[in-house]
Ligand binder design. Structure first.
Ligand code: NAP
Length: 278
């Protein structure tokens, strides 16, 4: 039976350490979150981020805009925050309403305050094997979790399923930068099971229940990034836990695996950006 990669436990440890560190500073890190529209899931995510920040001593502010706000108004606000010395980290909650260009908004954020690591500058640094201002939160959290359990990455075959800018792409680069041999799969990949069967480390970020135990190599490490609700409203991951946990040596659960690590990484990134200004 696989060992559980416990993201909640590691998150709590990281947040406790950050709390102690932040209390030792006279100045406090400040995170500003921009939320456009009234998407229910986004409101919950932003609320959770704000609660977590406040709990550990990060000053956090949420700026709400109605869904019909013009792109320029948001870009002007980002420019104002870029020039505000009391703000260390800026996050624009995605998705944005359709009339707003996600690229234009992300491009407006100063790389030094880009807490998600999504600006072309930070992405470019990551993809050229250099050190960005911060690493994207979800892949960063996954590597912290693997490191916590002493899982070797160097020389391993890592298969990443999904190639989004939020998870799959930066994850594959971060694994490559750690000397894994990386295969990236997506919706056009043929014979997915043949590829996943060769993975020492399998990271699935799709949002559909597509990974079953029979698709895994014995004793592999499985990280389940997916979160979605099935027909009965139950929270699910990409990976069939029952069959997969019998084959894998380590597996992350949903919930309680990658999700808590993403929020821990956001807090770590906020503090890292703050510390660069001291
Ligand atoms: P996304 O932008 O929708 O990307 C999904 C990826 O899955 C795409 O690259 C897509 O391929 C690929 N895909 C779709 N069907 C596939 C199939 N049958 N076989 C192989 N690949 C397939 O999603 P995302 O933002 O990366 O998020 C993925 C999941 O992770 C979602 O459930 C999301 O809620 C969850 N998530 C969790 C956290 C967390 O903190 N736990 C953070 C972020 C995301 P194409 O590129 O070819 O379309």
């Amino acid at each position: 039976m696989a060992i559980i990669l416990d993201g909640k436990k590691l998150r709590d440890k990281i947040l406790e350490d950050l709390h102690i560190k932040i209390s030792s500073y006279d100045k406090k890190p400040k995170l500003v979150v921009i939320l456009v529209g009234d998407d229910a899931a986004s409101q919950i995510y932003v609320g959770n981020k704000q609660k977590c920040a406040q709990k550990i001593g990060i000053t956090s502010e949420v700026i709400n805009y109605p869904s019909d706000t013009e792109e320029k108004i948001i870009i002007d606000k980002i420019n104002e925050l870029n020039n505000d010395g009391s703000v260390h980290a800026i996050l624009v909650q995605l998705p944005l309403p359709e009339h707003i260009s996600k690229e234009n908004i992300i491009n407006a954020i100063s790389p030094q305050k880009d807490v998600d690591g999504f600006t072309p500058y930070n992405f470019g640094k990551l993809f050229s094997g250099e050190v960005p201002c911060v690493y994207p939160c979800t892949p960063k959290g996954i590597l912290l979790l693997l490191d916590e359990y002493g899982i070797d990455i160097e020389g391993k075959h890592a298969v990443v399923v999904g190639r989004s800018n939020i998870v799959g792409r930066p994850m594959s680069q971060m694994l490559l930068n750690r000397n894994a041999t990386v295969t990236v799969c997506h919706s056009y990949t043929k014979n997915l099971a043949q590829i996943t069967k060769t993975a020492d480390i399998l990271i699935s970020a799709v949002g559909k229940n597509i990974i079953k135990g029979e698709m895994l190599k014995s004793d592999c490490v499985v990280v389940d990034v997916g979160i979605f609700k099935d027909e009965s409203g139950k929270l699910r991951g990409d990976v069939d836990f029952d069959s997969s946990s019998k084959i894998a040596s380590y597996i992350s659960p949903v919930p309680g695996g990658v999700g808590p690590m993403t929020i821990a990484s956001l807090m770590l990134n906020t503090v890292e950006l703050f510390e660069k200004t001291l």
